[in-house]
Design a protein around this ligand. Sequence first.
Ligand code: PSU
Ligand code: MN
Length: 301
Amino acid sequence: MLVVSDEVAQALTAGRPVVALESTIIAHGLPRPRNLRVALELEALVREEGATPATIAVLDGRAHVGLDEAQLERVAQDDTVRKLSHRDLPLATATGASGATTVSATALLASRAGVRVFATGGLGGVHRDWTSTQDESADLGLLARTRITVVCAGVKSILDVPATLQRLETLGVAVAGYGTDRFPGFYLTDSGNPVDWTLHTPEEVAAVMRAQDALGTEDSALILARPVSRAEQLDPELHDRVLHAALAECEAKGVSGQAVTPFLLERLTEGTAGASLEANLAAVRGNVRLAARVAGAWVRG
Ligand code: PSU
Ligand code: MN
């Protein structure tokens, strides 16, 4: 059921660096037709840094680790491609469905295939209306029991960031800022929250990964939070204004479950005339490059 592409399998066997990439951001997080160009660009960035990209998705009931261009096109363009979190994987594979994988499903499949480093934009987390909806992304629980390093720009700013950080602490997931002691805010350089640990080089990150294994604690993740630069971030005032309108609209329209995150991301793109999209892409590009360097340091041991 797990189909590892020849290119990814060869890289893993030869001990070359591999970076897992998620597909939900492509299928449901970015507008078309830009999403396909971004998917190809992210893979090219991984290669430029000397690593092999492994974009992950489920196609016709088969979980793929490493997609070719035609498969990436399907993920980006096919309306029947669902959004799959890890709980959906057995349902999708057994019924022959196709779907893009969220952070939780991507991390699970990457780790099963032996890929240790994964890059994305922002993690899912605790939604702001948690007390009434109990909407907490499945990303958090899965990362508490999966040995993978996720390079991200923090958690999506549409969320309750302090509550998400608290949940990560409770769940025992390691979190470190990359070159910063502030937890990044996805579109924003700083979420307004501190982070307890700061790492400065890919080699230092790889050393933490080795320490996780050496200590033999439960198989949890390492979250490496890399901020988007101040020059590339979304204007914080514009961000707050548009987000508050989007959250109100989400509630008024009764959007719930898996639809919440794509709805809010789309409203932010529209409400900022594309500025949030550019900040999102700047964050993802930087994360992908850093993940490739971390994967390099990891395999060099
Ligand atoms: N990061 C982005 N854009 C996205 C996502 C992350 O820059 O679209 C996706 C990830 O796949 C993440 C998902 O796992 O949003 C979270 O969705 P939910 O809140 O429904 O768990
Ligand atoms: Mn959710």
